[in-house]
Every structure is written in structure tokens, then in C-alpha cells.
Design a protein around this ligand. Sequence first.
Ligand SMILES: NC(=O)c1ccno1
Length: 252
Amino acid sequence: MRVDIISIFPEYFAPLDVSLVGKARERGTLDIRLHQLRDWTRDVHKTVDDTPYGGGPGMVMKPEIWGEAIDAVVEQGRPEADPAALPRMIVPTPSGRPFTQEVALDYAKEPWLLFTPARYEGIDSRVMAEYGSRLRVDEVSIGDYVLAGGEAAVLVIVEAVGRLLPGVLGNACSVADDSFAPGAMANLLEGPVYTKPPVWRGHEVPEILLSGHHGKIARWRRDEAFRRTSDKRPELLARLDSDALDAHDRRV
Ligand SMILES: NC(=O)c1ccno1
């Protein structure tokens, strides 16, 4: 997967050199390219923003700069084998659709992602309109809160998507067991996890986990997932289909 990120703070993405994503880059599973938006400005101050039409607080990012940057990055990034290839453009914004595990799985199938994190009050909306007619443009939100810029959201999305790529996680099964993973864990939170020692400061590991009875352990883990979901995110249980609820009610 190729990932292009255009930002006024490319240094913000240093964390993408470490851990799982960093190793995926070393192996060539992820090809992440960073671009400084200000490289496409033409004034001495490298201005990327201006006052909003209609008044109001803050500044808006200029469409011309973004347009030249996106056009250049798309042109540079086109694979020789497929000159018609285009990236999926992802714009992190509080006013976007929710970024979920399902969306992460969808993005993980894409060969090329282009991230355009904004600062200030956001990017002139005509940029999304312009590219919406040529690319798949997703405005996504990582949660109901406002950040100083979209860069932190890009880090979250790249991490969530990168770990889903083939070979990135040592144990592919762990993706299937993730909270929110499609299938048995859809709309359920992962239950508690334990490792050695069996007793720590008087806290004992649940005995079932030491039993070696895989069927009962799987049942216990699912019960715990239901319990935790009911406790922390009860609204998710309403999304469970009747089969999932029936499966939970059937005892091993
Ligand atoms: N909630 C978000 O995804 C976001 C992006 C930029 N600011 O907030």
C-alpha cells in the first residue's frame, strides 16, 4: 500500500517510523511519502490560509495551494504499470463520517491512500468538491471532539489500517479477535486479557483460563465481551443481530 500525506507539519509523522508501521515500511508493505504543503506556495511567507468568507473566527486553508499540491502528488504517485491509478483521498475532520474498524478494513483493501489533514478552521470546501468528481473523497472523524489539526487523526487511521495489512501483525488471528472485528466480535468489545504470573499482588487469573478447556475458555471470553460491552457501550448491543444474541444465550 502506498500512502501519501500532505501537511504543513510533516515532522508530525515521525511516529510512523517506529513499531508495527515502521517495520511494515522497512519490509515494503507500506510505502509512506510525506509532503510539505508549503512547497506549493508562491509568496515569500509561504501562506496557506486566509480569512473566511462570510466572516467568523479563525482562518481557512486556501484552495489553490491544496489543488496544486494534490495534483502534483497524484501525478508523482501514479504507478508506471497503471498510469490511470488514482488514490482514495481521506480528509480527517470532526464533521466527517465516523472512522470505525469497518472503515479501517475497507481502507486496508486500497492500493493507494492520500491524506490531506487540515489546520485552522479547515480546507476550503471547494477542494473536496473538485476532487470528489475525480477521486473517492472521504471526510472521516476519529471521534466527537476537535483537534488542533488533522495530523493526529492521520496517525490514528494509518496505525489502524496498517496493522490490518498482510504480515504486519505476527498473529493474523488477533485481527479476527479485535473489538469490533466483523463476524463474532462485531459490535462487541474485547474482554479482559491476562498473562503470567497466575497471582499478582493477590489478584488471581480467572481459573477457567488455566483449565486448558478451549471450548469453555471461548465461551467465557464471549461472555466477558458481552459483559464489558453491556457495561461500557450498551448501545452497541442494540446493533447485535438475533443470531448473535441467540449464540450468546446458548450455553456450551
Ligand atoms: N475528530 C476528528 O477526526 C478531527 C480531525 C481534525 N480535528 O478533529
